[in-house]
Design a protein around this ligand. Structure first.
Ligand code: MN
Length: 145
C-alpha cells in the first residue's frame, strides 16, 4: 500500500481532522491519520501540523510517542527541558514525560507521530504540577496551559 502525498502536506484520501475532540488547551493544530494499524503492528502513524503561533496540549501519559519533525520548526518541552526542534529531528517522548510542541510565529510545525493504538488517555497538569514545572524559568516562560 502506498499513500501518495498530494500537495502541501496533505495525502490522498486522508481527511484532515481536528487535533482533539475535547476542549483541552491547544491552538491551531490539525491531525491526519496516515496509517491506522495492522494486526502485526498495532500502531498509528499520524501527521500533526501546528500553524504559526499555535501549540499542542501540555500533557503526560503512560504511552510513548516517537516523533519525527517533518516541516518547519519550533520548540518542544520534553520532560524537564525546552528544546529547539527542526526538520528531520527524531524525538522519543518517554512514559509520563510532560510534553508540549509550539510552532514558531513565522512557520508551521509539522511532525509525524507514532503511537500504540491501545493507549491511555493523556493527563493534564494540576496546579501542583504546573507549580513544579514553573520552578524552571525556561519551562515557565514556555508552557501554555
Ligand atoms: Mn502526547
Amino acid at each position: 500500500m502506498i499513500i501518495r502525498h498530494n500537495e502541501n502536506y496533505k495525502w490522498d484520501n486522508i481527511p484532515i481532522l481536528a487535533y482533539k475532540e475535547d476542549t483541552t488547551c491547544f491552538k491551531n493544530i490539525t491531525r491526519q491519520v496516515l496509517l491506522d494499524g495492522a494486526p502485526e503492528l498495532p500502531c498509528q502513524l499520524r501527521y500533526f501540523e501546528i500553524a504559526p503561533g499555535g501549540y499542542s496540549t501540555l500533557e503526560q501519559h503512560e504511552h510513548v510517542h516517537f516523533v519525527v519533525i517533518f516541516r518547519g520548526g519550533g520548540k518542544a518541552l520534553l520532560g524537564k527541558e525546552v528544546y529547539d526542534v527542526q526538520e528531520k529531528d527524531v524525538i522519543e517522548i518517554p512514559s509520563f514525560a510532560w510534553h508540549q510542541f509550539q510552532a514558531t510565529f513565522d512557520s508551521p510545525l509539522g511532525f509525524l507521530c507514532l503511537v500504540n493504538i491501545e493507549r491511555d488517555r493523556p493527563r493534564l497538569p494540576t496546579e501542583e504540577d504546573l507549580n513544579l514545572l514553573r520552578q524552571d524559568s525556561d519551562i515557565a516562560a514556555f508552557i501554555k496551559s
